[in-house]
Every structure is written in structure tokens, then in C-alpha cells.
Design a protein around this ligand. Structure first.
Ligand code: ADP
Ligand code: MG
Length: 716
């Protein structure tokens, strides 16, 4: 099968367009084949100008005359005007770009098929700006209206519209994809074995591709536009089926590796819980039990704990650590930022010391000698529990007997990093190569449809309950004009000793976007409304040590206001902070704002979250923010975010370790996903190692698409 060839060798694609295609993820013929149109244009009905209503798209047939080009005063390039007439009227065609190119093209006329948005011209009459044009006939000697219509209807069709990579025009994309479809659609492989195809009634992949790239004239255009044709359904099923098979194989592969049986230490855990000033929630108890049982199995654990901000993941993670340490193993806890690692360290140190556990911290800002000392204590086995950042894995930290790796805010780490820590070698008990258990923590609730896709190979525990007595955070969307009142309210809270956050989306002023940035706003707030208070600044460009110093001062209440970028998003815990202001809220995702909001409401006082949105923003984006007012449930917010913004934030190879989806849309295709999963599991029950002849294509699809993500050799 010759599909992976580079797109550069296609007609109409040179190095420049090749690079644009590649940048858009369309590097191979196969990528182009599966680059499906995102909508279709109906060019089957030719309208007359009298029928075409201003504001709507129309396909028209008629004569183009009186072409004239004129310079734009003081600007580069020129404007091209042309007069378009059909039997019912006239309209002006306008090109503000590529005037010379179209002037030459129009010399070929005079009869044209013209497609575009018909608008009322500023000085009366109709106009079409940047129409697409297709020559109907050259040098026709005054044909009758009927002739024109007859000619035009021979060209009637449904045209695919593609997402444009870079500057490549729509028409060129059509030609490029058209070539590939014509030559290679027949060699596209199917992931779904014949028996399953027949049962699910799938259209053959090559037929589906041809249908979608070049729909027949009688196709149902609404079904095409809603991705609801049998061809769509078939390709979506194909993709989800392969995904589920890949996920399941990966899980099987992992489970077939030797792991550690870490005996339960229920009494020790119970004694530890008894020392806490609170009782665990039911959800915490359930999840602790799930983890404990999983660790006690001889297969390596790979479990994700999903819990909303404040649901109490830290103590759950510590309980898991305690079980491993009680069984004589070491535990590593990895956090994405130094601040967070330090926070975990200071929380866990109290518990560890009471449990006679040797606990250490290791971050990137440690001096060489200090880092070496920690590494030695870890390597010698003296340290039971080490907490740190990437530094834990960057230089070879040798563990004497690593039994459990806890990864906090796991989505912040790349797949590769997660794998490094997961496979950190074990030596002490002579079982080199045995895999340590891993526990992933995430405060980003993932909608259920997505978690099946993202985590088909991971076991998930959900902390779906907040500790009792938490007051809900009062959330309000306000306009920028209401800022003065907001500042008064903040000042009042600060005079009572409370603290506030103000979060901005950018670090430095950007002329292009004219957004107030954290740095200059910190200054303005300090000079102006908060001149009686202490304003601090925290952003991503600061050195780790500077950030750290600022954060410490805020924690110690030496600062009243912390102006920050989203670096504070992850896990910062300052119970005395009760107001979170998010500026330019319209630029944030809901899930991200939910994380930010979770920085307040950590103490016993009522907390507020203010989302400041630009008045100029559209009504929709204002409505979107209202979701934040109406719910504090992270899962509900994640669902809403998924519907509004699509799954892009969660998907993508880097984050999830799965191939990107091309035909499927997880918001829309939940049902098909469940169906594909059922079929995938039953196929694997029938052919667990994909060695039967019917699985040959599936195997090839997987090894091409899951390259580096799945070790098929190991499975087979
Ligand atoms: P997150 O899940 O966001 O990481 P943390 O583990 O930081 O949450 O917990 C948030 C706060 O709630 C901490 O101060 C922690 O001590 C406290 N906490 C955890 N579990 C409970 C509980 N069952 N009852 C009361 N407070 C709890
Ligand atoms: Mg946490």
C-alpha cells in the first residue's frame, strides 16, 4: 500500500504548499484522503439575479463584461470590477486581491458560472465580492437564456469545502484532494474485519471516501452537511473501532508485564485516617479502597483519580503511598510545577513525620549538592517518599525499590514523561523490569464520552463529592464598566484581612490584541485603586525562584492582591484568599476558569469569583460565561466546554497518547463510540492477538496510525 508518500509529489503542490499541508497535519496521501470536507456547497440550482436574495449565497450563470482594474489610492495592489448580467438583471463583481490574475482569467469568457454571496451594494444595486468563477463557454455568440441555463445545468454539482491549510485556496484544495481520491481511495485500508463490517452494515472505505470528496448530484445535501450520511457513519465507525482496539491492546500489553503485588495495609491506613482532623468523604473512602485493591493485584496499576478541585485528592494519594511504604517500597510523587511540588511536600511532610516516613523534596531549583544528596538518599533506599518536579526523572534518579509513582495534574505532562516514570526500574527485590504502580491525579474532569476514548486503557476512579461544609463560590459575570464597584468590594474584603487574585490571559502587552497584561496591570492597580494595599505579580516568564518568593509572600499574607497569569491555575492553596477576578474572561475556556475559581473557597468563608468580560464581546460568549454562574460542578462544566469548544483541548497525541481523530467528533458520536467499543472488544475476544487473516488490515492500520504509541510486536 503506497499511501504514506509525501504530498509534495502531487500536481499543484510544491515545497511551499507541501510545507503548509504538512503544518496542518496533512503530510501524507492518507492524511489527505481522510481530510473530509467540513461542509458542502449546493451548486445544483442555478438562480437568476432576480431570485437571489441579498445576504444569501447563490450560483448564477451569465455574462461578464466591462472588466476594469483601478489602483487603490495610497495602497498596494488594485481593485478589479466587472459587470455580471443574466436575463433578469445585473450585479457588480469585485476583487480586492489578485486583481491582475482575475483580469486575465476573465479574458477567457464571456459566459461564466459565478458563485458567492450576493449583497446590496453601498451605492445601490447588487454586488458579489470575491466570487468563485467557472467558465461556461468562451466566445459564445449571444446565447439565449435557455442556452445558458442548459450549459450551466450540465455543470451542476455539490462541491466539497475543505478547511484550508495555510494560504492554499479552496479550489486548489479541491484539486489536490481530488487527485488523491481518484488515484488512491481504492488502496485505503479498512480497520474493520469483514465479518464486523457486514454486521454493522458499513460502506466500503474507498466508496465512502469517494462519496464524501465527490458527492453525486442527487446526494442529500443536508445529510452531507450534518455528517449524517452512511459514508460518514462508516468512516467514523472505522476510526472509533481502530481506536478502541488500540486502547484495549495497550491495556492488555501493560497488564501482561510483570508488576508488583503490594499488600494491603488497611490497619495502618485506618490508623492514619484517625489522626486527620476530618473524616474522609464517602467518595474518598471508595477511591482509597479501589486503589488499595488495585495495588494488591500482581498486574501493574495504571489508575487515574479524577476529582474536582478541592475534592481531596492529596490525602487519597498519601494513603496509596502509605500502603506501598508499609510493604517496603518507595514512592515518588511528581507535580508539574515547583510551587505545587512544594505544597505537596509541606502537606505530606506533616503526615509523613507522624508516620515515621523519610520524606524528601527535589525540584529543578535545587543546588547541585543538595540535589545530589536527595538522589543518594533515594538510591540508597533511605528515603521512602520523594516529591518533586520533572527533576525527578530528568537526571537518572535511581530508586532502590520504587513501588508507586503518583503523578499529579497528569495532563500537564507529556506521554513520554509519564512513561519514563512508569517504567522507572526496580532493583531491590531482584525483579528488574517489573513495572511500578502508577496513580494519576487530575483535577480536570473529563466528560464521560471522552474518558472512554482518552482513557480506554486506564482505570478511572472518580471523586464525585466535595468535603462537607464547603460553601459554594458565588460567581458573577460582570462587564468592564462595573469594575469600579468590584474594586470597592475587593478593598473592603482586604481591609478585613482577606486576599484576592486577579488573573489575566497574557504576560506581556500585545499590540495586536490590546489586552491589558498582568505586568502593567499590577502596576496600575498598585498606583490606583489598591494604593493602600500590597500588590504582587506572578507570571510564567519569571524565574522559578522569583515565582516562589512571590507565592510565599502571598501565602504568608504579606501581599493582599496577587496579579497573575494562569500559572496559578494548578493547585495553589491559600485558604485566606476569597476573591478571584478573571479579566478578559471571554478568552478562557470554561474548564480553565473552573480551575482558577478553585483557588478560592478553600477556607470557611464565603468566596467570590468575578468574570470580567468585554462589553464589545458577542452575546454568545457572554452566554457561555453564564454557565460558570449556574454551576460549580466540574463535570457539568467540562461537558459544556466540550459542546462549545470541541474536544481539541483534551485530544491530540501529545496529551492523550492516542492518534488524532479525523472523521469522528466525540461530542456528536457518543453512541457510535459505544457501539464501536462493543464490537472492538468482541473482536478481540475472538482474535486477541490479531493473528487471524481477517485481522491483517486492522493490524496494518494500527501499526501505521499508532506508530510509537503501541507495541504491536509485543502483543503479537
Ligand atoms: P484537590 O483534590 O484539589 O487536590 P486537596 O487534596 O488539596 O484537594 O484538598 C483540599 C483541602 O480539603 C485540603 O485543605 C484538605 O486538607 C481538605 N480535605 C481533604 N479531604 C477532606 C475531607 N474529607 N473533609 C474535609 N476537608 C478535607
Ligand atoms: Mg491537588
Amino acid at each position: 500500500m503506497a499511501l504514506p508518500d509525501s504530498v509534495q509529489f502531487l500536481k499543484g503542490v510544491g515545497p511551499r504548499r507541501g510545507a503548509m499541508l504538512e503544518k496542518a497535519g496533512l503530510a501524507t496521501f492518507e492524511d489527505l484522503l481522510f481530510h473530509l470536507p467540513f461542509r458542502y456547497e449546493d451548486r445544483r440550482r442555478i438562480l437568476t439575479l432576480r431570485e437571489a436574495s441579498p445576504g444569501g449565497e447563490a450560483t448564477l450563470a451569465g455574462k461578464v463584461t466591462a472588466v476594469r482594474e483601478h489602483r487603490r489610492p495610497g495602497r498596494r495592489g488594485s481593485i478589479l470590477h466587472a459587470l455580471f448580467t443574466d436575463e433578469s438583471g445585473w450585479a457588480e463583481l469585485l476583487w480586492f486581491q489578485q486583481a491582475a490574475y482575475f483580469r486575465d482569467r476573465l479574458k477567457g469568457g464571456p459566459l461564466w458560472l459565478v458563485h458567492g454571496r450576493v449583497e446590496a451594494a453601498p451605492r445601490g444595486g447588487l454586488q458579489i465580492v470575491h466570487p468563485e468563477i467557472e467558465m461556461l463557454a468562451a466566445n459564445a455568440a449571444e446565447p439565449s437564456g435557455a442556452d445558458v441555463q442548459r450549459l450551466a445545468s450540465s455543470m451542476a454539482r455539490i462541491l466539497p469545502v475543505y478547511q484550508k491549510p495555510g494560504e492554499i485556496p479552496v479550489a486548489a484544495m479541491r484539486r489536490i484532494v481530488g487527485q488523491v481520491t481518484e488515484k488512491y481511495a481504492s488502496s485505503a485500508l479498512s480497520a474493520v474485519p469483514p465479518a464486523v463490517r457486514a454486521r454493522v452494515k458499513l460502506v466500503a472505505v474507498c466508496d465512502a471516501l469517494r462519496y464524501l470528496h465527490d458527492p453525486p448530484v442527487d446526494a442529500d445535501i443536508d445529510a452531507l452537511n450534518e455528517s449524517a450520511t452512511p459514508a460518514h457513519r462508516s468512516l467514523i465507525f472505522e476510526e472509533l473501532f481502530a481506536l478502541q482496539v488500540g486502547m484495549t491492546l495497550r491495556k492488555v500489553e501493560r497488564e501482561s508485564q510483570p508488576g508488583l503485588r503490594i499488600e494491603r495495609a488497611d490497619d495502618r491506613l485506618r490508623a492514619f485516617f484517625a489522626t486527620l482532623p476530618f473524616e474522609l468523604t464517602r467518595a474518598q473512602k471508595r477511591v482509597v479502597h479501589e486503589i488499595a485493591a488495585d495495588m494488591a493485584r500482581s498486574q501493574p496499576m495504571n489508575r487515574l483519580v479524577q476529582g474536582d478541585v478541592g475534592s481531596g485528592k492529596t490525602v487519597v494519594a498519601f494513603a496509596a503511598a502509605l500502603q506501598a511504604i508499609a510493604a517496603g517500597y518507595q514512592v515518588a510523587v511528581m507535580a508539574p510545577t515547583e510551587l505545587l511540588a512544594e505544597q505537596h511536600f509541606s502537606t505530606m511532610r506533616v503526615w509523613a513525620e507522624a508516620e515515621k516516613i523519610d520524606i524528601r523534596l527535589l525540584t529543578g531549583s535545587f543546588k547541585a549538592a543538595a540535589a545530589r544528596e536527595v538522589r543518594e538518599a533515594v538510591a540508597s533506599g533511605h528515603t521512602d517518599l520523594v516529591i518533586g518536579t520533572h527533576a525527578l526523572i530528568q537526571e537518572s534518579t535511581g530508586f532502590a525499590r520504587l513501588g508507586l509513582a503518583v503523578i499529579d495534574e497528569q495532563h500537564r505532562f507529556g506521554v513520554a514523561q509519564r512513561q519514563v516514570i512508569q517504567t522507572a526500574a526496580l532493583g531491590a527485590d531482584g525483579r528488574k523490569g517489573a513495572r511500578a504502580d502508577t496513580l494519576l491525579l487530575s483535577a480536570t474532569p473529563i466528560p464521560r464520552t471522552l474518558s472512554l476514548t482518552l482513557y480506554g486503557d486506564i482505570d478511572v476512579s472518580v471523586l464525585d463529592e466535595l468535603p462537607k461544609g464547603r460553601l459554594p463560590i458565588v460567581t458573577r459575570v460582570i462587564r468592564t464598566t462595573a469594575r469600579p464597584r468590584l474594586y470597592q468590594r475587593m478593598a473592603a474584603a482586604m481591609r478585613e484581612g482577606r486576599q484576592c487574585y486577579v488573573v489575566y490571559p497574557l504576560v506581556e502587552e500585545s499590540e495586536a490584541m490590546d489586552l491589558a497584561d498582568a505586568t502593567s496591570m499590577a502596576e496600575q492597580l498598585q498606583q490606583g485603586p489598591f494604593r493602600d494595599f500590597r500588590v504582587g505579580l506572578l507570571h510564567g516568564r519569571m524565574k522559578a525562584a522569583e515565582k516562589d518568593a512571590v507565592m510565599r509572600r502571598f501565602k504568608a499574607a504579606e501581599l493582599d492582591v496577587l496579579v497573575a497569569t494562569t500559572v496559578i491555575e494548578v493547585g495553589i492553596d491559600v485558604a485566606n484568599a476569597t476573591i478571584m477576578v478573571i479579566e478578559h474572561a471571554e478568552r478562557f475556556g470554561l474548564a480553565q476558569m473552573h480551575q482558577l475559581r478553585g483557588r478560592v473557597g478553600r477556607g470557611s468563608r464565603e468566596s467570590f469569583c468575578c468574570l470580567v468580560a468585554d462589553v464589545g464581546q458577542s452575546v454568545e460568549s457572554f452566554e457561555r460565561l453564564r454557565v460558570m454562574e449556574s454551576t460549580g460542578d466540574g463535570f457539568a462544566i467540562a461537558e459544556a466546554d466540550l459542546k462549545l469548544r470541541g474536544p481539541g483541548e483534551y485530544l491530540g497525541t501529545r496529551q492523550s497518547g492516542t492518534p488524532a481523530l479525523r472523521a469522528a467528533n466525540l461530542v456528536r458520536d457518543g453512541e457510535l463510540l459505544a457501539h464501536a467499543r462493543t464490537e472492538a472488544l468482541s473482536w478481540l475476544a475472538h482474535d486477541p492477538t490479531l493473528e487471524k487473516a481477517e485481522s491483517a488490515e486492522l493490524r496494518r492500520v494500527l501499526s501505521a496510525r499508532w506508530e510509537g504509541l503501541l507495541d504491536l510486536a509485543e502483543v503479537g
